[in-house]
Design a binder for this molecule. Sequence first.
Ligand SMILES: C[S@@+](CC[C@H](N)C(=O)[O-])C[C@H]1O[C@@H](n2cnc3c(N)ncnc32)[C@H](O)[C@@H]1O
Length: 218
Amino acid sequence: MTQQADFLSATRTFYDAIADDYAVRYHDEPARPMDRGVLFAFAELVGVGGHVVDVGCGPGRVTRYLGSLGLAVSGVDLSEGMLGVARRENPGIRFELGSMLELGYGDGTLDGVVSWYSSIHTPTHELPALFAEFHRVLKPGGHLLLAFQVGDEPRHYDRPWGHPVALDFLRRRPEAMAELLVPAGFDVRSRTEREPEASFEEKVPQAYLIAAKSRAAI
Ligand SMILES: C[S@@+](CC[C@H](N)C(=O)[O-])C[C@H]1O[C@@H](n2cnc3c(N)ncnc32)[C@H](O)[C@@H]1O
């Protein structure tokens, strides 16, 4: 990565600063039964041995969980700090530095792509490019899983754990995301929305979309 867009630099700076605290706070992820259920369904759709890339993998907990379900997993993230945690905690899994807007995989080579709360820092006008990149790397019939917070207004995090960084966490409507997936060449197969879990300090509902690459982009 040479020249980065501002939002990518901001995201990277934020997660480099908080990587170790984030890894402690979210140590037991995926912790909620509903989340594990969605990941389990995704793994079944992809099929045992399918190659899945966890884009914006952070500390790699979801990557590892999907690996435990029989998938051939690897992870990509912008943040060296997050990748340091992911490699330390998951020595058997390959984690690479990169942007999910420009993945280092060939056309039609992956069985699955997971973006678990990682598209939340991509501006809305960049989502068509993001979904086009996911479409490019997936095999025909390959599956995409998106997780994100539901809402209309971003949540601004300032000085998390006292670190001098700040970042917007974008919330989105599942219908709006699904509408962008269709012209990108996906069939939306499942929309799950669950209530926030107060014990995990969640403030808003959470959404999970599973889509399949069905045809050429419109
Ligand atoms: C909220 S964290 C989620 C991490 C992980 N998926 C999890 O659930 O624990 C968002 C992660 O996405 C990564 N990320 C955001 N935008 C990215 C991009 N364009 N390319 C690669 N990684 C990105 C961040 O660096 C961060 O590690």
